[in-house]
Design a protein around this ligand. Structure first.
Ligand code: CAA
Length: 282
């Protein structure tokens, strides 16, 4: 494993590219246009600066990391030499199925195709390829350069060999991989999203205000962020999409998204990325 391609240069994609490049891998970062790629490289530069300021990496490490990343706007070119492709596009089933069909066409036959999906079925994604044994979930957490976990999701057809390679690779990135099976929300979001949804219901039912709810969970449970701040950080649209996957996948009303969350997303309040969520970021 030397050459990695990352599809999508948004928050997760640029964090994944940053992390692989920092650990010496050659990364092809792929997005639909150069503006998105330029923004991603600028974000990676700023996040590397944080690490330099903290003294965890040097200016030379920063320069080498940036040198290891090459931008592409065409999937076919960007994945041609890749040993592993990590897809981190928008959380949309149709889009991911289209990307994986393309990856199956353009990637080397032996390449592993991973998705950073937070809840879409790996088995379903693998079903549009001719290499289900080489399709796997590699779910990084935000902010990727900081968070230790990689949730490694085995689809129905994922082979032991593919799983072993991805577990080993995650360790080489100084992460802690955890192997889980492919059911709605996997483990991380099956547990996290009901907590966030319950926090939103607590607000919706006027049990307490935004800051009070977050303070209870931060100081009472030692969470680094309260659930409403975390929801803003993840993206309220992403939280809603994951809750819908849990609700549809299990058919259990306990996963039904709070009407307040639905209204906020419908109104365009998506959290940090839109400037407004439970908190104001303007
Ligand atoms: N890149 C590199 N370094 C970063 C960074 C980034 N993007 N963001 C923060 N950092 C570093 C800082 O340099 C700092 O380093 P040290 O620990 O060495 O001091 C450290 O992270 C802490 O940063 P800050 O002091 O700015 O802020 P903080 O102490 O409040 O921590 C946080 C920020 C790490 C984000 C912390 O609030 C946290 O852990 N929050 C919870 C994050 C979380 O739960 N993530 C998972 C979300 S769920 C998900 O991603 C999956 C999904 O499917 C929805």
């Amino acid at each position: 494993m030397k050459n990695i391609a990352v599809i999508g240069s948004g928050t997760m994609g640029n964090g994944i590219a940053h992390t692989f490049a920092q650990f010496g891998y050659q990364v092809n970062l792929i997005d639909v246009n150069n503006e998105a790629l330029d923004r991603a490289i600028s974000t990676i530069g700023k996040n590397l600066d944080r690490q330099v300021t903290k003294g965890t990496i040097t200016e030379t490490d920063k320069a080498n990391t940036l040198k290891n990343i090459t931008n592409f706007t065409q999937i076919a070119e960007g994945v041609a030499n890749a040993d592993l492709i990590v897809e981190a596009a928008t959380e949309n089933l149709e889009l991911k199925l289209k990307i994986f069909k393309d990856l199956d066409t353009y990637a080397k036959p032996e390449a592993i195709l991973a998705s950073n999906t937070s809840s879409i079925s790996i088995t379903k994604i693998a079903s549009v390829t001719s290499r289900g044994d080489k399709v796997i979930g590699m779910h990084f957490m935000n902010p990727v350069p900081v968070m230790k976990l990689v949730e490694v999701i085995r689809g129905y057809a994922t082979s032991d060999e593919t799983t072993a390679i991805v577990m080993d690779l995650s360790t080489k990135l100084s992460k802690a991989p955890v192997e889980v099976n492919d059911y709605p929300g996997f483990v991380a979001n099956r547990i996290l999203m009901p907590m966030i949804n319950e926090a939103i219901y607590t607000l919706y039912e006027s049990v307490a205000g935004v800051e009070e709810i977050d303070t209870v969970m931060k100081l009472g449970m030692a969470h680094p962020m309260g659930p409403l701040q975390l929801a803003d950080f993840i993206g309220l649209d992403v939280c809603l999409a994951i809750l819908n996957v849990l609700h549809d996948g299990f058919g259990n009303p306990k996963y039904a998204p709070c009407p307040l969350l639905v209204n906020m997303v419908t109104a365009g309040n998506k959290g940090v990325k839109s400037g407004e969520g439970f908190y104001n970021y303007a």
